[in-house]
Design a protein around this ligand. Sequence first.
Ligand SMILES: Nc1ncnc2c1ncn2[C@@H]1O[C@H](COP(=O)(O)OP(=O)(O)OP(=O)(O)O)[C@@H](O)[C@H]1O
Ligand SMILES: [Mg+2]
Length: 299
Amino acid sequence: MEELILKGHSGCKLQLLKSESSNQIKCVRKFSSNIDYNNRLIAQATKQRNFDNEILNTPRVIQDGFLDDLYFFDMEYIRGNTLSHSIEKLTRTEIDSISKVIASFIKNNIKAGFDNDIDTHSSVMNKIDSIHSSIKDKDTNEVLENTFNLIGSSKFSEIKPGVCHGDLTFENIIIAKQDIYLIDFLDTFLETPLADVSKLFQDLIVGWSFREKILKGSINENEQIKIHYFKNSLCENIKQTVNWEYVNIYLIIDLLRIIPYTKQREIYKFILEAILKLTERLEKGDFYEYVNNTMRWPI
Ligand SMILES: Nc1ncnc2c1ncn2[C@@H]1O[C@H](COP(=O)(O)OP(=O)(O)OP(=O)(O)O)[C@@H](O)[C@H]1O
Ligand SMILES: [Mg+2]
């Protein structure tokens, strides 16, 4: 079996496996980046296996196992492009239909919810505390003091637990001919559809999946127009269902989580700037109006 490597960000290695007889790609093998990451990748494969949705697809998990103590799983190869890659070429009608499908996925997950008594307030508070203590840099902590005070004094008991993908960025959505596939599922500190809304807006307003291009200044006008259109379309589809103050806070938390892992100075600055702008929205309480009206991308 020949192999080609696909690029990922988590440090996990992805191989495209070809069959010996033909030159056809047989499947994708995803390897854990290290032994400590095994359990998270096992959780990912389990979430992918159990994903059962009427409108969205995921590559079928074919088999899994261990090689040199590293966990791996094989999945169906999907011929298509990630949403971040294909957005600029999509028509408005296509964007509307993708946004509608993703919005239905989220709305159904909110509606169904989980039938349990998770203490959502404590789950989120514990997460905020653990992120806070993982940020060691004194200057960063000083800059973020107001942000931590604000989110730390919020109440999270209204957050509804429910099914979620866990890392629903534009890089983890593959647009195939007729179908939309989700890849790279993630177990999160609290399973809630809110996590998916937040990750979508991490791209739609912060531009996270486009960060390399944004920092290089190589985003083209067409991409900006299409992102803007996608954002408006998604807002329209989910505006009644979502608690926008929670989305605002969740977005801040998601960005804060990245800080301890950020090695590049420019990316660090990019995240910090976005967090401060989102903090301002939280103070003003006008996140939805801002998101809906701003022409700026990233914020
Ligand atoms: N089953 C698949 N079929 C086709 N392409 C795939 C498949 N799985 C992954 N890819 C491609 O490989 C890229 C990286 O895969 P994946 O998102 O699983 O990696 P990752 O390293 O975990 O990235 P992340 O930083 O998002 O965690 C995807 O963006 C996609 O382009
Ligand atoms: Mg990914």
